[in-house]
Design a protein around this ligand. Structure first.
Ligand code: KIV
Length: 272
């Protein structure tokens, strides 16, 4: 049997831990489809997250709650086909792991087998400890997600900064340590004070990847559609926009409409 040789060296969970030890920051971006994943992967991003933010960005839902496991698998399999170099992390969606550890394992196995993603991400600490253990025991790498965990939006009530009070900050410290102890290979920390995020990153040997968590962590993640300005209603302080594609695309569509209406398009060279 011959195995096609990969031109690229794949980023692995081990490479991320090595990057932390070597003080090299980790770049992570979301993708939900083949075309976007191809561009993100070719640009050299370390980790592609098939986030359940697909629920908002791709499907137009208000929260990440409605997206299903089947839909996540569809998005992830498209991304995996494009990713030659990046590590692909796939969100376990709400409802696919909270009820019991066996169900959590079944969901994680479906993600790996059906989408060929390389690892899963799960929101929560102590509350989902048994599920994380079960998945890790099956040899599936797990990335944790703490701080603002959008799947619990109805418990929080808002998307504001988490862990500003000492009690919640302490829970965050404990949960981070627990996830490391269980064997998670990295943790996403979302929307927590920069000072606390730095303290947590320094107290762990696994990488902490921040979104709205300041510069003192081991890497950064953004939702690609936000950072390239395809979305425009969402403007949190932490978001840096590298492009303004909403306006650029809108102008392109307007020009196309004008050209079609005026029969400027197609011209003589654009036909057979
Ligand atoms: O679903 C997602 O895009 C995420 C990031 C915001 C970290 O979980």
């Amino acid at each position: 049997m011959s195995v096609a040789k990969n031109e690229y060296r794949r980023v692995t969970v081990k490479s991320l831990i090595d990057m932390k030890s070597n003080n090299e920051k980790i770049s992570m971006l979301t993708a939900y489809d083949y075309t976007m994943a191809k561009i993100v992967d070719s640009a050299g991003v370390d980790v592609i997250l098939v986030g359940d933010s697909a629920s908002n960005v791709m499907a137009g839902h208000e929260t990440t709650v409605p997206i299903t496991l089947d839909q996540m698998i569809y998005h992830a399999s498209s991304v995996v086909r494009a990713a030659n170099r990046s590590l692909v992390v796939v969100d376990l969606p709400f409802g696919s792991y909270q009820s019991d550890p066996k169900e959590a394992l079944r969901s994680a196995i479906r993600i790996l087998k059906e989408s060929r993603g390389h690892s899963v991400k799960m929101e929560g600490g102590k509350e989902i400890k048994e599920s994380i253990k079960r998945i890790l025991n099956a040899g599936i790498p797990v990335m944790g997600h703490l701080g603002l965990t959008p799947q619990s939006i109805y418990k929080f009530g808002t998307y504001t900064v988490r862990a500003k009070e000492e009690e919640e900050a302490d829970k965050l410290r404990h949960d981070s340590k627990l996830l490391e102890k269980l064997g998670c290979f990295a943790i996403v920390l979302e929307k927590v004070p920069a000072k606390l995020a730095k303290e947590i990153a320094e107290s762990l040997t696994i990488p902490v990847i921040g979104i709205g968590a300041g510069a003192g962590v081991d890497g950064q993640v953004l939702v690609t559609h936000d950072m390239i300005g395809m979305t425009h209603e969402f403007n949190p302080r932490f978001l840096r926009r590298y492009l303004n594609l909403y306006d650029d695309m809108s102008n392109a569509f307007k020009s196309y409409i004008k050209d079609v209406k005026s029969v400027d398009f197609p011209n003589d060279k654009e036909q057979y």
